[in-house]
Design a protein around this ligand. Sequence first.
Ligand SMILES: [Zn+2]
Length: 88
Amino acid sequence: MRLGIWIAYRYNRPMAQKYGTFLSMIDGHHIYLQCECGRQAEVPVLAMIEALGPEARLKDVAERSRCNGCGRRGAIAELRIFYKVKQT
Ligand SMILES: [Zn+2]
């Protein structure tokens, strides 16, 4: 599977922390996270729901994600919701 078009919604950090969207409403999407240390991750929203629970909101992702690089929690420099378009 190739990564196709990114349909990305950009939020700056304060917006992401306030943002109240339920993850269950965007469970077909992925979330791109960049830590303040520069490490990047792409995580399926479904995996976020498994980790944070069915009532989790986007702000929980921003606040509770821990970086695998520097170990800090909630040090999100950038958060994007995107949809991976499968190309055949
Ligand atoms: Zn980090």
